[in-house]
Design a protein around this ligand. Structure first.
Ligand code: FES
Ligand code: FES
Length: 162
C-alpha cells in the first residue's frame, strides 16, 4: 500500500491505497468525491479533469502517489454551501450542458484557464476545452459561458472567481 497525503478542496487528507491507484480512483473511491467522472480511462475524454497545483490534469492518467503532497481541486471545491461558483452559474444560465456528464471536467478546465489567463480569447477558450469531449451540447454555449465569467470578473475585479 502507498500512503498518500493531499490537500483536496482545502482539506488535508491521508489515505493508504494500492500503488496502482489512479488519482481519479483515489478521489472517487477513497474520498467519495465523485464529481470527476470516469469516461474513457485513457486520457481521451477529459471527464476526469481536476486541478492539481493550479494545472488542469486528466486524473485517470495520474497515479495517486504522483500527487503526494500536492494541492488538488475538484468540482466539489468550487461552490460554497449557499453559492455556486460563477462558472457553474454561467453554464446553467447559458444552457451549456445537457446530460451534464462532461460538465465537471469542462468547468475545471475553464477554471484553470481563467485562473491563469483572466481575459482569454475565444481561441484560447477553445484550446483549453479541446481535451474535454461533449457528446450532447456542442461547445458554443460553453465558450459563451466562459466568456461571460471572464467579462464579469474583468469589469468587476472584486468579483474574483474563487
Ligand atoms: S476518463 Fe480520464 S480522460 Fe477520459
Ligand atoms: S452535456 Fe452530455 S456529454 Fe456534454
Amino acid at each position: 500500500m502507498a500512503k498518500v497525503t493531499i490537500t483536496v478542496n482545502g482539506e488535508a487528507r491521508t489515505v493508504s491505497v494500492p500503488p496502482e491507484t489512479t488519482l481519479l480512483k483515489l478521489l472517487r473511491e477513497h474520498l467519495n468525491l465523485t464529481g470527476a467522472k470516469l469516461g474513457c480511462d485513457v486520457g481521451d475524454c477529459g471527464a476526469c479533469t481536476v486541478i492539481v497545483n493550479g494545472k488542469s490534469v486528466n486524473s485517470c492518467l495520474m497515479l495517486a502517489s504522483q500527487v503526494d503532497g500536492f494541492d488538488v481541486l475538484t468540482i466539489e471545491g468550487l461552490a460554497t454551501t449557499d453559492q455556486l461558483h460563477p462558472l457553474q452559474t454561467a453554464f446553467e444560465e447559458k444552457g451549456s450542458l445537457q446530460c451534464g456528464f462532461c460538465g465537471p471536467g469542462v468547468i475545471m478546465s475553464a477554471k484553470a484557464l481563467l485562473d491563469e489567463e483572466p481575459d482569454p480569447s475565444v481561441e484560447r477558450i477553445r484550446d483549453a476545452l479541446a481535451g474535454n469531449l461533449c457528446r450532447c451540447t456542442g461547445y458554443s454555449k460553453m465558450i459563451e459561458a466562459v466568456q461571460a465569467v471572464a467579462n464579469s470578473v474583468n469589469s468587476h475585479p472584486s468579483v474574483k472567481s474563487a
